[in-house]
Design a protein around this ligand. Structure first.
Ligand SMILES: [Zn+2]
Length: 245
């Protein structure tokens, strides 16, 4: 039995602007392996700097492309979870809604969320290393990495690598959504990595009710108004059920 405080349900019923942050806990429910979990087998001998930095890509673009292709193939077999679908329902429920994710698996997009900020990009997109043109499809059978149609530059995954900044436009959308939120939900993330770590604080300072949904207590407990303990795939559908009945 999942206990959700009546006051929280009431607060959500009155809210017009809600912002949600999701992290690895939500990816894990769909079976998406962590970065470390994919550095096994033929990838075990590499350092993360070889695989997920600009320097690594310049040194060996083929190696980096193949590691991401390997991870993409795993993720393509993963299915959105009850959490992903509940977040699609939440998007429909509120007048203004923003979903911010730290996950790069593209599963929020696949399940139907559209008011979405992918803070660390998406492994399901690529962009030209030279000119930045985005591609959502590309030929895998010719050059590795595939080549940009405009200038012949190599395509790279559209994710934020170590040492890279976050996309400015996405970052400001995220902060705007958080600052305007009346309720802020932090779901399946320990929110220890910037910029995600600062989002609950921004929400709190702006007067939002801060809710944490997580099996374990995190550093967020200090500022959270509610901690719903458990897996997001159980709590989020229950939240929707209580909101809509
Ligand atoms: Zn290009």
């Amino acid at each position: 039995m999942i206990e959700i405080a009546t006051q929280l349900i009431d607060r959500l019923r009155q809210a017009e602007r809600v912002t949600v942050l999701t992290g690895t806990g939500v990816a894990r429910e769909s079976g998406v392996p962590t970065v470390r979990e994919t550095m096994v087998g033929e990838w075990a001998g590499y350092d993360i700097v070889d695989l997920a930095t600009q320097q690594g890509f310049i040194r060996n673009p083929r190696l980096v492309w193949e590691w991401y292709a390997y991870r993409r193939a795993i993720i393509e077999q993963c299915q959105p979870s009850a959490s992903h679908y509940a977040l699609v329902d939440l998007e429909q429920y509120f007048e203004q809604f923003l979903l911010i994710t730290q996950n790069i698996d593209g599963l929020h997009w696949r399940s139907g969320s559209r008011d979405l900020v992918e803070l660390h990009g998406s492994i399901m997109r690529t962009r030209c290393f030279e000119c930045g043109t985005y591609y959502t499809s590309w030929a895998e059978d010719e050059s590795i990495p595939p080549i940009c149609g405009r200038d012949g530059g190599y395509l790279r995954p559209d994710v934020v690598w170590l040492g890279e900044g976050h996309p400015k436009h996405e970052l400001s959308r995220a902060y705007r959504g958080v600052a305007q939120a009346q309720v802020f939900l932090s779901v399946g993330t320990t929110a220890q990595v910037q910029p995600a770590a600062s989002l609950p604080l921004v929400a709190k300072r702006a007067g939002a009710v801060v809710v944490e949904i997580n099996p374990e207590e995190t550093a967020l407990a200090v500022i959270a108004d509610y901690w719903l303990q458990g897996e997001a795939c159980e709590i989020l559908p229950e939240l929707i059920r209580q909101l809509t009945t």
